[in-house]
Design a protein around this ligand. Structure first.
Ligand code: AMP
Length: 222
């Protein structure tokens, strides 16, 4: 049983690392952005409400996110732990998660902050290409697919997300600094925050995170 939150600016590698944690520990990778995009694609009421905010690079209102996450975290697969990617993103969301966990007599094992400087974020996000079907992520320079524009895993045509166009990327970074960065202090005060340099390469970040996970497990069983 392990509950992890990944924090960091858009493009810091949360999705990649969450998938690695999912594969290694058998816990679901729960990405609020993926859940929202699925709702937009299926044109649900939530998707219709969330889309304008997402298109502008702003945060979707807390009430909508909290309902969506409460439903997701109640599903059977999340009872054995999870890795959260993109949630919480505001102090109100972090407080709500904390209250939910307290009610269940549970807590987070670690909050891992992937630190990446802003110029590197801009470079990463503008070259990013995503598979709309299986959510695999590529980069035109650093992680190109074998066949240009096609997903290696499922053969779908890769896209550049609307919110990865330069103007929207800037807005998302601004929103991150104003609304999500304060969470670092929130979790530091609770003794949960662990920082990892997100620029040392995917495999090295995986190793650093594994050390943290092993440490937090040892602490729990002491
Ligand atoms: P992501 O894929 O995590 O970068 O999320 C894409 C977009 O979905 C964000 O720019 C927000 O508009 C919205 N979003 C995702 N997660 C949240 C959240 N926890 N709170 C508010 N909005 C969110």
């Amino acid at each position: 049983m392990i509950r992890i939150v990944l924090l960091g600016p858009p493009g810091s590698g949360k999705g990649t690392q969450a998938s690695a944690l999912e594969a290694k520990h058998g816990i679901p990778h729960i990405a609020s952005g993926d859940l929202l995009r699925a709702n937009v694609k299926e044109n649900t009421a939530l998707g219709q409400q969330a889309k304008p905010y997402m298109d502008r690079g702003e945060l979707v209102p807390d009430e909508l996110i909290l309902d969506m996450m409460a439903a997701r975290l109640s599903e059977p697969d999340a009872q054995q732990g999870y890795v959260l990617d993109g949630f919480p993103r505001t102090v109100a969301q972090a407080e709500s998660l904390e209250q939910r966990l307290a009610k269940l007599d549970q807590g987070l094992d670690a909050v891992i902050y992937l630190a990446v400087p802003e110029d590197e974020i801009l470079r990463r996000l503008s070259g990013r290409r995503t598979c709309p079907e299986c959510h695999a992520v590529y980069h035109v320079d650093t992680m190109p697919p074998q066949k240009e524009g096609i997903c290696d895993k499922c053969g779908a045509k890769l896209i550049q997300r609307d919110d990865e166009k330069p103007e929207v990327i800037r807005k998302r970074l601004e929103v991150y600094t104003e609304q999500t960065r304060p969470l670092l202090e929130f979790y530091r005060q609770r003794g949960l925050l662990e920082e990892v340099d997100g620029t040392i390469g995917v495999e090295n970040v995986v190793r650093e995170i594994e050390k943290i996970v092993a440490g937090s497990r040892a602490a729990v069983s002491e």
